[in-house]
Design a binder for this molecule. Structure first.
Ligand code: HEM
Length: 228
């Protein structure tokens, strides 16, 4: 019922209003983030190698590739106009989102996340994010398989919000850098590693926890109220 109501509202391809800006952000993010990893040259990586863990770079590259699949397919999956028009493609692309995107990218994110060179705060964030991302996505997939489409929709909203949280992560990283870099000689006593780890930790946690809270609020707001 809820999905039918939404479909009636979103008749045009550009509805809802956040859809086009999201597509633009995703294209911009991928165009900026992926090229260094397509070269397969570790020297071009924006993440330094974790010492003593040889598979770090190959896993990072594979993570970036699978995560890009999740990001692009995730956009199409939540686009009401596309879903209404191409339901068969929505089902196929949903499998690609789960098994060709989130599951491999999440398992690799979990592995390299646990040994991140950016310190323990971001390691904890990465591991928890990967586990929550995988859980929401698999729950959403199982709900669809069982024909429980209201729950499917709710779990997949959480999943796609977490997929897109990589963008908010980078926005927080810029904000934290602008605020904290001038404090290197004061707050951090000149210790650059401490400052970098603080920026990474803050952007990691804020990047996904805040969007997930907003998604929860959105889901509760749109829950049909029982008749009194
Ligand atoms: C939502 C779950 C995700 C987790 C747990 C995760 C985890 C990680 C980890 C651990 C790293 C290495 C940096 C570090 O050690 O902290 C990394 C890097 C990276 N991830 Fe993810 N990631 C996720 C989602 C995504 C998504 C959806 C994309 C979209 C394409 C993405 C793109 C990247 C890129 C491009 C890098 C390399 C760093 C850079 O060049 O900016 N990740 N990720």
């Amino acid at each position: 019922m809820q999905i039918a109501a939404e479909n009636r509202v979103a008749r045009q391809w550009w509805q809802p209003a956040w859809m086009a800006p999201l597509l633009v952000l995703v294209v911009a993010f991928i165009a900026f983030s992926i090229p260094p990893y397509l070269s397969l040259d570790p020297a071009r990586s924006r993440v330094p190698q974790t010492e003593g863990f040889a598979p770090h770079y190959p896993l990072l590259v594979a993570h970036v590739m699978f995560a890009s699949v999740a990001m692009v397919t995730g956009c199409f999956q939540i686009w009401p106009w596309f879903r209404r028009r191409y339901l068969g493609t929505h089902r196929m692309m949903g499998r690609l989102y789960v098994f060709g995107g989130v599951v491999p990218a999440g398992i690799m994110g979990l592995t390299i996340g646990a040994v991140s060179p950016f310190g323990p705060t971001i390691r904890a964030s990465n591991v928890l994010l990967a586990l929550v991302w995988l859980t929401c996505t698999i729950a959403g997939f199982r709900m669809a398989r069982q024909g429980r489409f209201i729950e499917h929709r709710r779990w997949m909203i959480r999943s796609v919000v977490l997929t897109m949280s990589v963008i908010t992560n980078r926005i927080w990283a810029v904000i934290a850098s602008i605020i904290l870099i001038p404090q290197l000689p004061t707050t951090f006593g000149g210790n650059e590693a401490w400052m970098v780890q603080t920026i990474a930790g803050l952007s990691g946690w804020l990047g996904w926890v805040l969007p997930l809270l907003v998604a929860e609020w959105w889901i509760v707001e749109r829950r049909p109220t029982p008749a009194t």
